[in-house]
Design a protein around this ligand. Sequence first.
Ligand code: T3D
Length: 259
Amino acid sequence: SAVPLLLDRRDAWMEVTLNRPERLNALDATLHGELAAALDMAAADDCRAVLITGAGRGFCAGQDLAARAFGDQPPDLGASLEAHYNPLIRRIRALRKPVICAVNGVAAGAGASIALACDIVLAARSAKFIQSFARIGLVPDSGGTFFLPRLIGDARARALMLLAEPLPAETAAEWGLIWKVVDDAALMDTARTMAAHLATQPTQGLALMKDAFDASPGNSLDDQLDLERDLQRAAGRTPDYREGVSAFMEKRPARFTGQ
Ligand code: T3D
């Protein structure tokens, strides 16, 4: 399709749609460029939540392998990760607002890793997650070997990656890989309702919460307690905290500004 990425600014949140449906939204250099620009825009914009999804029957089939047909020289995939995949994952993780992923269909290779990098993953009941790297002789990338064992444990993560077997969305939810499975027809409504809700919430506090989760895997309990102290100090200084307490005391809904 002509436009490989669709960007839709809704009320207070942004919807990003991978749009190469004929290739199951596989990533080529152009799509990578557009995705980077879109995420930079989402970061700079005053929107308060981001929703990432895919057009058509797939979410994302990872690297576009048609762009990898090589002659005498093998491509430098390290350079590709440096240039595209690592910055993409870092951009998603660095967003100071909640990121929802609506996995509308198959998520394979780096496509699965992109979903796992998001804060809350919803998947259509028909969706599948495939750690397809082993099928083509590669290693999982885009943070897959970081996220997967942390989410579902080493035994399941290793087997999924070594076997490259598809994991149905229902099992992914049972295992704690994702937040919830939703009927296919209800996926986008559910995801958009969630994005709209999160966009009314105390955005700074949510961003600080993400900082706590990001640091947790590498921290001792003592370090994490110290970090929670620092983050809580910052949260306690936000106008939204003041509003949250006032609203509670006045028995009315809070009107958070995201500040
Ligand atoms: O290279 C680097 O920079 C290193 C970074 C690597 C990161 C990675 O993501 S490596 C992993 C790359 N991805 C894959 O290996 C997945 C390849 N795709 C598949 O295995 C299958 O397509 C799926 C299991 C995802 C879905 O299968 P199915 O049967 O539902 O669909 P299909 O018929 O295979 O695909 C539909 C079309 O999309 C088809 O085109 P056609 O025949 O209708 O013209 C297929 O070729 C195309 N397509 C699907 N995935 C890719 C793709 N074209 C290019 N690249 C793809 N990754």
